[in-house]
Ligand binder design. Structure first.
Ligand SMILES: CNc1ncnc2c1ncn2[C@@H]1O[C@H](COP(=O)(O)O)[C@@H](O)[C@H]1O
Ligand SMILES: [Zn+2]
Length: 348
């Protein structure tokens, strides 16, 4: 942690819907992986962006490559996923949707299938251990890998949706937004939607993607990651905003990620304000809590201090996030009850 977060934000029950597994690995866990692999000569400061530091988005993607070098076996993934889940729970997150791109590594025998199985195992083990959090998994497509890999990933995701006892609920589209075009991925995304996978797509994370965004909004996705450049004031358009509003597609907003990755010039200029003023469903998320050295409590506090939200406003924000989850209705009802039960204690 870089700075103290008020107890209110820690105790606030929270829903995290946008967290990339390998971007969420904490300093402590990175140190453990590094000590297993001294020959790689990787230092902890190569995997995280500290307070006041910024990187171009391109440099952020270099950081993921370093982490991928470190986390390359079933054993690593099990440890990393378990630690990440426990850390979110310790931060007051009651429901987490974790997303990750299945990778294969011939060196260690890791396959895309065993990658997903291992994440599922970590989720199940945390449940057995009584960690106070419900976790679901979104299988991620890295847009850089093109049409065929995307289609293969959708098949895998569908298989696991049917065999994981409801733990795999959807699909994510992520990766370097400056690489590849959404039109090549559209058939895979359409297929995913048709088979019942929920879709969360990174859209308009960088400028000049109006055409791609317009195309992918026709699916329509179930949630949007970032949507930084959707609205006209930043070079998007009213028609994109109208499409998002008409379909009532929730946005996943990640303040620190956008400021540290330099797609947003400052916290006060973050598009949270635009969408919040419209009353559009917006969910505060971390994106990559490890890489961007943050956590969800801190993100809520940041939004509150930047945009003048009261504790009651913040409570509403975290409560409304429940309606945006991909798990079915019984989970929504359970979480709503949890929020009711916890309120007196948080506002004591
Ligand atoms: C900063 N904004 C971002 N924009 C787009 N994609 C991002 C991202 N942050 C993370 N990822 C995606 O998540 C991967 C790392 O986690 P996993 O190996 O999948 O668990 C990155 O390689 C990238 O594909
Ligand atoms: Zn993301």
């Amino acid at each position: 942690m870089e700075s103290e977060t008020d107890i209110f934000y820690k105790e606030l029950p929270k829903v995290e819907l946008h967290a990339h597994l390998n971007g969420s690995v904490s300093v402590q866990t990175i140190e453990k992986v590094i000590s297993r692999k001294p020959h790689l000569n990787i230092e902890q400061n190569m995997t995280a962006i500290g307070k006041g530091q910024r990187r171009t988005l391109d440099e952020c993607f270099q950081v993921f490559k370093v982490i991928h070098q470190l986390v390359d076996s079933e054993e690593d993934i099990l440890m990393v996923a378990t630690d990440v889940i426990k850390e979110f729970a310790a931060d007051g997150v009651k429901y987490l949707e974790l997303r990750s791109t299945p990778r294969e590594e011939t060196k260690t025998g890791l396959t895309k299938k065993s990658y997903i199985e291992t994440v599922i195992k970590a989720i199940q083990q945390c449940k057995i251990d009584g960690v106070d959090i419900d976790v679901r998994f979104l299988v991620a497509i890295d847009r850089r890998n093109g049409t065929e890999v995307a289609m293969e990933t959708v098949k895998l995701a569908e298989e696991f949706m049917l065999s994981s006892d409801g733990l795999v609920v959807g699909l994510d589209l992520s990766g370097d937004p400056t690489v590849g075009h959404g039109k090549d991925l559209l058939p895979a995304l359409q297929k995913a939607k048709n088979c019942g996978l929920k879709l969360s797509l990174h859209l308009s994370e960088v400028p000049t993607q109006q055409e791609e965004t317009d195309l992918l909004l026709n699916l329509p996705p179930d949630r949007i990651g970032h949507g930084t450049f959707l609205h006209p004031e930043v070079g998007g358009s009213q028609s994109l905003v109208d499409k998002v509003r008409k379909n009532n597609i929730p946005l996943e907003l990640c303040l620190t990620s956008n400021v540290k990755g330099q797609t947003v010039p400052s916290y006060s200029k973050h598009h949270f304000n635009y969408w919040y003023q419209l009353g559009h469903p917006s969910v505060i998320c971390t994106d990559d809590k490890g890489v961007f050295s943050t956590d969800l409590s801190q993100e809520y506090q940041l939004a509150a201090s930047t945009f003048g939200l009261s504790h009651e406003d913040v409570w509403k924000l975290s409560q409304q996030a429940i309606d945006c989850i991909f798990a079915p209705d019984d989970m929504i009802q359970q979480l709503k009850q949890k929020w009711v039960d916890m309120k007196p204690q948080v506002f004591k």
